[in-house]
Design a protein around this ligand. Structure first.
Ligand SMILES: C[S@@+](CC[C@H](N)C(=O)[O-])C[C@H]1O[C@@H](n2cnc3c(N)ncnc32)[C@H](O)[C@@H]1O
Length: 219
């Protein structure tokens, strides 16, 4: 492909590193289920609330939400192949980047970010958290699930296998985002709940509330 055509293709089709995993991603669901349910149990969205699911993959969170809460849900996902392979249980899919959410300030009641913040480079993670604080209404809630630090030998081995699998699939190796509670607090998101779940992927489940007045804008 000539250089100019390649440049045009890059602009029209941004890189889709997760696309290759899309067809088989539903196999992850049993490994994630415990952590997703723990997050949703604390968030407890009501049917009158609008929920935004970030980096939705093939829709594990929207499907659980539709079963348990029936709240109107928006999905933001960058990978067109994840969107094409997904089942979002009636949620509205938006192809967009979590660092630039196509939503108005204060327009969302609940945000879920399950197994996504840790795959972002640190600068993008910070920008994504800033965007969450912007789109959440005062008093709105964020639920995040990220990998927890492994403690036992078996957990260390399981984590090594998961990282090797990610690398073999062409994905950047992920890291536990140790700075997450501080990052959330810096953006006016007060941590209300922080617990570890085992069984399946070892996870930290963090739930926060957006302060009445988030840094950088009136509440
Ligand atoms: C590990 S998967 C998790 C999927 C889903 N949340 C789940 O729990 O099954 C991460 C997802 O985030 C998406 N993603 C990664 N970076 C993104 C970005 N900057 N904006 C939007 N989506 C992104 C990927 O395409 C992928 O579908």
């Amino acid at each position: 492909m000539p250089a100019t055509d390649a440049a045009t293709a890059r602009r029209v089709s941004p890189p889709d590193p997760w696309g290759a995993a899309a067809a088989r991603y539903r196999w992850q669901e049993p490994l994630e289920r415990r952590s997703l349910r723990a997050m949703l149990a604390v968030l407890a969205p009501r049917s009158s609330e609008t929920v935004l699911d970030l980096g939705s993959g093939v829709g594990h969170v929207p499907r659980l939400l539709a079963r348990d809460a029936a709240a109107p849900t928006l999905v933001v996902e960058r990978s067109h192949r994840m969107l094409a392979a997904g089942d979002f249980a009636g949620a509205v899919p938006l192809r967009a980047d979590v660092t630039r959410l196509p939503l108005d300030d204060g327009s969302v009641d609940v945000v879920t970010a399950a197994w996504v913040l840790h795959v972002l480079p640190p600068a993008d993670r910070e920008q994504a958290v800033a965007e969450v604080a912007r789109v959440l209404r005062p008093g709105g809630r964020l639920g995040a699930v990220v990998p927890a630090v492994p403690r036992t030998g078996a957990q260390v081995l399981a984590r090594r296998l998961a990282r090797a699998g990610a690398r073999a699939g062409g994905l950047a190796a992920f890291a536990v985002p140790h700075d997450l509670p501080a990052l959330l607090t810096d953006h006016g998101l007060q941590v209300r709940h922080h617990r570890r779940t085992g069984r399946g992927y070892l996870a930290d489940v963090v739930v926060c509330t957006r302060a009445a007045s988030a840094p950088g804008r009136p509440g």
